[in-house]
Each structure stands twice: as C-alpha cells, then as structure tokens.
Design a protein around this ligand. Structure first.
Ligand SMILES: Nc1nc2c(ncn2[C@@H]2O[C@H](COP(=O)(O)OP(=O)(O)OP(=O)(O)O)[C@@H](O)[C@H]2O)c(=O)[nH]1
Ligand SMILES: [Mg+2]
Length: 470
C-alpha cells in the first residue's frame, strides 16, 4: 500500500466523492472548511484536546533527518495549538501526488490509523492545495489541515492587540477563501430579504461574498491603524535615536533578552509564538547614547506567506532598524536551518540589507555549542538572557556596531535656513548646538546619506566628517 506507486484517482472523481461523502457523513467529523460560517474561529477545536495524526512527505532526496526535525516541530506546533499528536506517518515520494499530496494508498492507510486511534484530525507538514485538502477529507472522513492552518490557529489564539487580531483574521480569511466548499445540501432555495441569498445564489456564494466584505473591512481598519502608527514612529525618529530590532526563530529567547536589557516586562513563555506585537523600549548603552530596542514576532520554517504579508507593517521596525540583533538558540539541534528560515522571512519583508549581529542565546544550557557557534560566526556574541552572562559584551558590541555607521560632522546653518536645521534634527543626532553670528553651529551624528545631503553646510569642506567607529 505504501510503496509510492499507488494508483492515482482522477481528481474530478475525488472531488465528486468529497461532495458525496459530506452528504452522507455530515454528523460525524466536521470538515474544516465546508461548514464555514464566516467567523474567524479556530480550526482546531479547543473545547477538548483533539487527537491529531501527523503526516509528512519526504520529497525526492530530502534528508530523513530534515523531515524528522520538521515533524518534531510540527508536533510542537500542534501541541501549542492545544491538541495532542497521537501518531506520525511519513511517506517517501519523488514528487507530491496531485490529488492527495501523500498518495491514494497512503491516504487510505492514514484513514485506517486514524480510525484505530480515534483521531479527530490529520495535520500535514506540507502545504496542501484547497483541492488536495478536500480530497483528503473525503478519504480520511475527518478534518485535514496543513502546517499553515496550525500556525494561523496559534497566531489567532495569541493575538491580543487590535492590530494583531485584525492581521491574523485577515491572514485566516485569505487562507480560507479559496477553500470554501459547497457543503452537501446547502444549495439555495429561492429566498429573499436583505442579507440572505438572492434568487439562485448558493450558500457558497453568500459565504464568499460575506468573507470578501470582511476582508475589505479589515484592510481599511488596518490602514487606519498603520496611519496612526506611522505618526508615532515619525515622532520617534525625530528624537534621532538609533534603533535595534531583535529578530529570530520562535522561542529563541528574544523577549527574555529584551527584558534582560530593559526590564520591559514582556511576556516570556516556553511556547511558540508567545510574542506577536512589537514592543519597543529605550536602552542606554554603556557609551551613554540611547537606542530604541524592539522585540518582534518569532519566525519559523515554512512561515505562511499570508501571515508574513499580514504582519509586514508590524515588521516595519525590522526594516527601519539600524541593526538587527539576530537571536539564535544555542541549544537548537539545527541552528543553521533556523537561521536560514529567519533569513527567508527577512528577505521577504525587505530587511535583508539591514546589518545583522548574531547573538547565541541560552549559553547557560548549551555552553559548548554556544562557544562553537561564536567561533564560526565572526563578530557574534554568546549570552544567557536568564543569567545575564555575556550581556555586557553584547551591549559593547551593539554600541560599536551602531557607531561604526555614524559620521560626526560640524555644520554651520544660516538663520534663514530653518528647513536645514529641521532636517538635521530629523535625520541625525544633534550632539551640540550653539548660536553664532553667522547661524547655528551644530555638531551632528548622521549616516552617510544624510551627511551627503548636508554637505553644503559642513564647516570644513576639506574634511568630510570623520568616522568615530571602533
Ligand atoms: N536556559 C535559558 N532559557 C532561556 C534563555 N532565554 C530564554 N529562555 C527560555 O526560552 C523560552 C522562550 O523564551 P522567549 O523569550 O519567550 O522566546 P521568544 O524568542 O520571545 O519566543 P516567541 O515570542 O514565542 O517567538 C522561555 O521558556 C525562556 O525562559 C536563556 O538564556 N537560558
Ligand atoms: Mg517573544
């Protein structure tokens, strides 16, 4: 049955049987999307702990260790979502089966196992197309979800701010829209009245229309929230402090590090995606200058594109940062894989050009691994955010890295050029300012770009500022 050469059912035929089976089998296991009512409720039922069978496909020549690690993480995700993984089935294939991803034979085997274990849901580690999901539910007679759905579910549970909630709901709707299915007998009778079906309109069309309306509503809400936030961050930029964003894999210890640095009191939990909203705190570096430090949402392998899209604006603090502190769990069995996963997201949000500083965290529990990682990655630091070991080092390095990008220069701005003075304050850190006969004499710390724009007002044109970097 599981030799990878199963006979493949005609997708149309399967689609047909999906509809048929929900006609017959409506009262037993719910399908994830068939009976969708328009609310962003969880995909995994949390009124009890669902029993979940995990299914994965090892494609082509993918290392079995890589598949295992990914399945371990899926188990952790399912547990975080509030359900119990009860079995795991992995299939080796050259390429995904078009109709069922895992293959007909394996799907039937999954059904047998799920029946025997009285499992409620099967969760696939790979992304399923809407059609595959439907076909699998028809064969399995129970809900079939993929990793993306589980991650969306966890985010939905953890979202607390209005913005976070709206972002997650939007991501969920975008995931669900193409998956809406006609569920058996809900075909329209002729009906009238506001908000009900028009003549000949199917329940499916009504649902779809309602969801689309909700999507545009959320999009406009988010636009408003973003507008407010951009006013705030402009105000912050005016203070001309530099900013550092803490990024990294979920559960690496980002929030713990921010708390350790600033007493921010951010929620720390041994679970995935504890943090969804960015928290920003001021931090005084040993050299005296103040910087803004932001904690951000954690990343994970195969982070759903819908979520990255939805969270892009929250991640502005990452794109706008002067320096990324990339926190890596030194005890991670596959740090390189986690780093790569984080980099994929950084690239997706356009933050791959921001300078990056590696911090290998949890050195208290994995001192040897931390040491090895620091040796491999030059300029990196090992810390323990719980014991505080290495934190002084980290602060010194952050200060040095930030200063290295800064140019200190002296300007003379004529009194009639208030616009230039404003620009100097907006773009740089004004360290000293005196009013002379000819105008404002200011000493300012700026980056190269701003220095260029202010070059006309530089006091000594022959020396174009000096680098104070270490
Ligand atoms: N032993 C040890 N545990 C740590 C250290 N830093 C963090 N932890 C633990 O690791 C777990 C995750 O920490 P968080 O700070 O919530 O991690 P995070 O990166 O913010 O995670 P998300 O917000 O969920 O992405 C918690 O149980 C922390 O107590 C450390 O240096 N040493
Ligand atoms: Mg966190």
């Amino acid at each position: 049955m599981s030799d990878g050469h199963e006979e493949v059912l005609d997708p149309a035929e399967l689609e047909q049987s999906a509809v048929l089976s929900s006609d017959i089998d409506e009262s037993s296991h719910r399908g994830a999307f068939g009976e969708f009512g328009g609310e962003a409720t969880g995909l995994i039922d949390r009124t009890f702990r669902e029993r979940i069978v995990l299914a994965g496909v090892s494609l082509g020549r993918v290392d079995s260790e890589v598949t295992d690690a990914s399945m371990d993480e899926l188990a952790r995700l399912v547990d975080t979502a509030g359900a119990d993984p009860v079995a795991r089935i992995v299939q080796q294939r050259d390429s995904p089966d078009r109709a069922t991803y895992i293959g007909q034979g394996k799907a039937h085997e999954l059904r047998t196992v799920s029946d025997a274990l009285d499992a409620d849901t099967v969760v696939f580690d790979n992304d399923l197309s809407p059609a595959q999901q439907g076909n699998l539910e028809a064969i399995l007679k129970r809900t079939a979800l993929d990793r993306t759905a589980v991650i969306l579910d966890i985010f939905a549970q953890n979202a607390s701010s209005p913005e976070g909630k709206a972002q997650v709901e939007l991501a969920q709707l975008r995931y669900r829209l193409p998956r809406l299915r006609r569920s058996g007998k809900t075909f329209s009778q002729q009906g009238g009245g506001i908000g009900t079906r028009g003549p000949g309109e199917t329940q499916l069309e009504v649902d779809r229309r309602r969801l689309m309306r909700r999507v545009s509503r959320l999009e406009s809400d988010l636009k408003q929230i973003r507008k407010n936030r951009s006013t705030q961050s402009k105000a912050r930029r005016r203070t001309s402090n530099r900013s550092v964003a803490i990024v990294g894999y979920t559960n690496a210890g980002k929030s713990t590090l921010l708390n350790c640095l600033t007493d921010a009191g951010v929620l720390v939990e041994d679970r995935l995606f504890a943090t969804l909203d960015a928290t920003t705190r001021r931090l005084q570096l040993p050299g005296g200058e103040a910087v803004f430090v932001s904690d951000t949402v954690g990343f994970v392998r195969k982070l759903p594109h819908q979520l990255v899209e939805a969270f892009k604006s929250t991640l502005d603090v990452v794109v706008d940062a002067d320096l990324l502190v990339h926190v890596v769990d030194a005890a991670d069995p596959d740090p390189a894989g986690s780093i790569a996963a984080v980099r994929v997201v950084l690239e997706e949000i356009g933050a791959d050009k921001v300078p990056e500083l590696f911090v290998f965290n949890k050195s208290d529990v994995a001192p040897n691994a931390a040491r090895r990682l620091v040796e491999r990655e030059s300029g990196s630091v090992a810390v323990s955010s719980t014991t505080g070991a290495g934190i002084d080092d980290l602060l010194a390095v952050v200060g040095r890295r930030l200063r290295r990008q800064s140019i200190v220069t002296e300007l003379l701005v004529p009194y009639e050029r208030g616009d230039v003075l404003a620009m100097a304050h907006r773009e740089g850190e004004v360290m000293d300012s005196v009013e002379s006969d000819d105008g404002w004499q200011i000493v300012i710390r700026v980056d190269e770009g701003s220095a260029g724009r202010l070059a006309d007002f530089q006091v000594d044109q022959s020396s174009p500022g000096f680098d104070v970097g270490g």
